[in-house]
Structures are given as C-alpha cells and as structure tokens.
Write a protein of this length. Structure first.
Length: 119
C-alpha cells in the first residue's frame, strides 16, 4: 500500500530549527517529484517546496526561500525539509506529497506533522 509518513515536527522557539522527514513506501518515491505543503486551521493548504527525482531541480515558496532546504535520499526513500530561522507564521501542519514526474497533481499524501513556533 502506497504510504508517506512524516516525522520530526514539534515545538520550537522563533529563530530555531527543525528537520522534517518523510519516509516513502515502494511506489511513491522512485521517479517521483516530492514536495512539502503546510496548512493552518481555516486556510487552504499551501505549497512550501518541491524537488525532482534527480534532485536536479528544487522550488520554494517565496515565504521560505533562504530559510528552508528540501532534499532527498533516494537510497533511503526519504524526503527531508530542513527549516532554519523559524518564525511563528511557520506554525502549521506539514505534509509531504508525491507525484509521478509526468503528472501535475500530487496524488500521494502523508498524514501530516505539527510544527509549532513560539514567539
């Protein structure tokens, strides 16, 4: 069964760092583009960052550029999001997602991990 499982969320003070991980099951990672999204109550889920299978291309939301870094370890079927200089507005549930490289819509989603940044 296709599955994405996030981990690494928690409570951190503003200015601190966290690293999120997403472990992917077979059929959800190889040759897939991976991404992180986030959502706060009452708001739509928003794009955070994405990375292609070869890691040759990455993309970031303007709000996280220069602070967050997306990476992947294809040998371990794991996606990462290194978050530095965290701000209270980064507080959200973070989701990882994947899609085949030739598909535009993300089709696999994790259950989410809570990140809370205190001021």
């Amino acid at each position: 069964q296709a599955q994405l499982v996030e981990s690494g969320g928690g409570l951190v003070q503003a200015g601190g760092s966290l690293r999120l991980s997403c472990s992917a099951s077979r059929g959800t990672f190889t040759d897939f583009t991976m991404a992180w999204f986030r959502q706060t109550p009452g708001k739509e889920r928003e794009f955070v960052a994405a990375i292609t299978w070869s890691a040759g291309s990455t993309d970031y939301a303007d709000s996280v550029k220069g602070r967050f870094t997306i990476s992947r370890d294809n040998a371990k079927n794991t996606l990462y999001l290194q978050m530095n200089s965290l701000k209270p507005e980064d507080t959200a549930v973070y989701y990882c997602a994947s899609r085949p490289s030739f598909v535009r819509k993300y089709i696999y989603w994790g259950q989410g991990t809570q990140v809370t940044v205190s001021s």
